[in-house]
Design a protein around this ligand. Structure first.
Ligand SMILES: *Cc1c(COP(=O)(O)O)cnc(C)c1O
Length: 429
């Protein structure tokens, strides 16, 4: 194989630079300036004898030391674990909104597409366009499509969620302008979440518009449960489901084609099997996290956030560590400063002993306040620690769920809060 380095930008129309046969390698290594790359996916090709791993290493060393590893096999394992709970004909819509819950978008979507997921869902039009530009051909629902983006929605064959008469009117206009017939849209019903969606009082009028405007066609109709994971809210879930049933029947009576209906998110899939309808919307569970407690044994961990110790230092008792002198030392202490802070997505709330990280299989507390790009650990009990040693913020052992509990939040916020500057590395066996 001819050796080459390709730098592919996934964020823009793909630019490919091919640097043919770098020779000698040493002068190439001296010449590359890795700080000039940002959010690029770099593919390095070449036979073993060219030692191209030196290029990879050289590119990585300049980049931020903090990485999030994403195991795509585990993701697919989780997809199948949920799929096994469904009737054979029930479709799966995979939620890849918010940068696939922080796990990257194109890579995850591509894997899911390969595995035969039926639908993908993003939050914004831009996220959908990015997937299209990277070769995703699956139908993509866009949940919060700005009405000013409807022309782009059509151009990129994305399918908007329509949640009121204003967005429906705008979509109809956009369809007329670009001469579309039966363009797929998704109707969102409000059954009690009270976020977005048509009210039950609007079904007659909605049906009438849809009957008279063949420019659009309902690809699916859905609602969202406010507390599907919570037993104490099961009565409310039943109320939502009953209302959903009535509202969708009202619409169905007026149309001359069958409706595809969906109601369940991840925890709904597990806890309310009688509400699977024609499709389910699988989000958090894909990423290996289960808020019901019932799926835990059958899910695999997907993401691992890790960084390294930048400096080890001994600090005497009664000294303080970090901003505002909050970390008061009770004993002579070995401090390990790690390269991750709140700008990377480690909640500042985890400071001053509330949060932990895993070092040599031991949980070590955060001492003092979390800084923007760093935080300090008490590693006194691990005196063998060396600079450069790996520290895990979350992963298989110390899970996102535990980090979220320590930060008094939910795993969704931790995962989606991991900053874009943290490099994502994808694993596939
Ligand atoms: C995010 C989202 C989901 C997925 O929820 P999970 O709890 O992550 O499975 C499903 N439906 C809607 C409307 C959503 O916004």
């Amino acid at each position: 194989m001819k050796p080459s380095v390709e730098i592919r930008k996934f964020s823009e129309p793909i630019e490919v630079y091919i640097l043919h046969f770098i020779k000698p390698l040493r002068s190439f290594l001296a010449a590359i300036d890795s700080s000039s790359f940002h959010q690029e996916c770099i593919l390095i090709k070449g036979a073993r004898k060219f030692s191209f791993e030196k290029i990879a290493k050289r590119l990585q060393e300049r980049i931020h030391q903090t990485v999030m590893e994403i195991n795509l096999n585990a993701l697919i394992h989780n997809y199948k674990a949920y799929q096994s709970l469904l009737r054979k004909e029930t479709k799966v819509m995979a939620m890849v909104k918010a940068f696939s819950y922080g796990s990257g978008s194109y890579e995850v979507a591509n894997k899911l597409q390969f595995e035969g997921v039926d639908y993908l869902t993003v939050a914004y039009t831009d996220e959908g366009i990015l997937l299209r530009k990277n070769g995703i051909t699956l139908p993509i629902m866009v949940m919060n499509a700005d009405e000013n983006s409807f022309d782009q929605i059509i151009e990129w064959k994305l399918e908007p969620e329509i949640y009121n008469f204003r967005t429906l009117d705008r979509m109809l206009e956009a369809c007329v302008v670009s001469d579309q017939m039966a363009y797929p849209i998704h109707i969102k019903l409000d059954t009690g979440m009270h976020r977005l969606g048509f009210d039950h009082t609007e079904m007659e009028a909605l049906g009438a518009i849809l009957v008279n405007h063949k420019e659009v066609r309902i690809a699916s109709i859905f609602s969202h449960l406010a507390g599907s994971e919570q037993e104490t809210l099961d009565i409310f879930t039943t109320y939502q489901a009953d209302l959903f049933e009535r509202m969708t029947q009202h619409i169905a009576q007026q149309l001359d084609y069958p409706l595809v209906r969906h109601l369940c998110n991840s925890s709904g899939i597990v806890r309310h099997p009688h509400l699977h309808y024609d499709m389910v919307r699988l989000g958090l569970g894909l990423y290996g996290i289960d808020s019901t407690g019932k799926m835990i044994p059958s899910l695999r961990n997907v993401s691992r956030l890790k960084t390294s110790i930048a400096q080890v230092k001994k600090v005497m008792a009664n000294e303080t560590v970090g901003y505002n002198r909050k970390g008061v030392l009770q004993r002579d202490t070995l401090i390990g400063t790690v390269c991750i802070g709140y700008a990377d997505g480690v909640p500042r709330r985890l400071g001053n002993g509330k949060g932990f990280m895993l070092l040599h299989n031991t949980l070590v507390p955060i001492i003092g306040n979390v800084c923007m790009d760093m935080c300090m650990r008490d590693i006194t009990d691990l005196p063998e620690t060396k600079e450069g040693d790996t520290v895990e913020i979350f992963g298989e052992q110390y899970t996102v769920t535990k980090v979220a509990a320590a930060a008094e939040t939910i795993p969704y916020e931790i995962l989606t809060g991991i900053s874009q500057r943290v490099k994502r590395i994808y694993f596939e066996e």
